[in-house]
Design a protein around this ligand. Structure first.
Ligand code: FE2
Ligand code: FE2
Length: 194
């Protein structure tokens, strides 16, 4: 069975992410990290908003795979936040990049062998086209939100993670700040000046 529109869109993102991982290995810099982070987080959020729920409704026996997929997103996002708190080019960064990539590779492999074939079965062509469009729109909206903080999902960060990010951005006296103060300061510090 050929890939339907939504499966094709998801696989296309996966291949783009894999190319970005290689780019980041060869050339670890802030810009590549931001681009990769934005695509990775937006892709997962759009799957969770528009694709996974559709599969769970159309094919309830696949709900377990959907829950598992969401768990793996959370795990990979945690590795990503650790990576974002490291300085590109350092040994720490390389180690964290490999941990993150490993967790994404594992998830992509599972998604492509369970959830995506199930989606291909569960949706007819028209449904797949509609879900693909909704996925695309949700992903673009997330990308815009995340671009304002160079791919850092500040809302998902714990106080400790926000402090680590703030220190990495060179902000001082950060441990006495509240979560909201840290978010506001980081938002200003991370906003790409274009
Ligand atoms: Fe995916
Ligand atoms: Fe996923």
């Amino acid at each position: 069975m050929p890939d339907n529109a939504v499966v094709a869109a998801i696989k296309n993102d996966h291949r783009t992410l894999e190319r970005m991982f290689d780019q980041l290995r060869k050339n670890p810099d802030e810009k590549t990290l931001a681009e990769m982070s934005i695509l990775f987080v937006a892709h997962g959020k759009a799957e969770e908003a528009e694709v996974y729920p559709k599969l769970a409704v159309k094919s309830p026996e696949d709900k377990g795979d959907v829950f598992h997929g969401v768990e793996e997103h959370r795990e990979a996002e945690e590795h990503l936040r650790a990576l974002q708190a490291a300085e590109p080019g350092t040994e720490d960064f390389t180690d964290r990049l490999e941990k993150f990539v490993e967790s994404v590779d594992h998830h992509v492999e599972e998604e492509e062998s369970s959830i995506l074939p199930e989606l291909n079965q569960a949706l007819d062509e028209d449904e797949a086209a509609r879900v693909a469009e909704a996925f695309h729109q949700a992903e673009e909206a997330e990308k815009t939100r995340l671009a304002a903080t160079s791919g850092r999902d500040l809302d998902a960060m714990s106080k400790e993670e926000l402090v680590a990010q703030a220190e990495r951005q060179g902000l001082t006296g950060v441990s006495s700040r509240t979560k909201d103060e840290l978010k506001t300061e980081l938002h200003a510090a991370l906003n790409p000046k274009v």
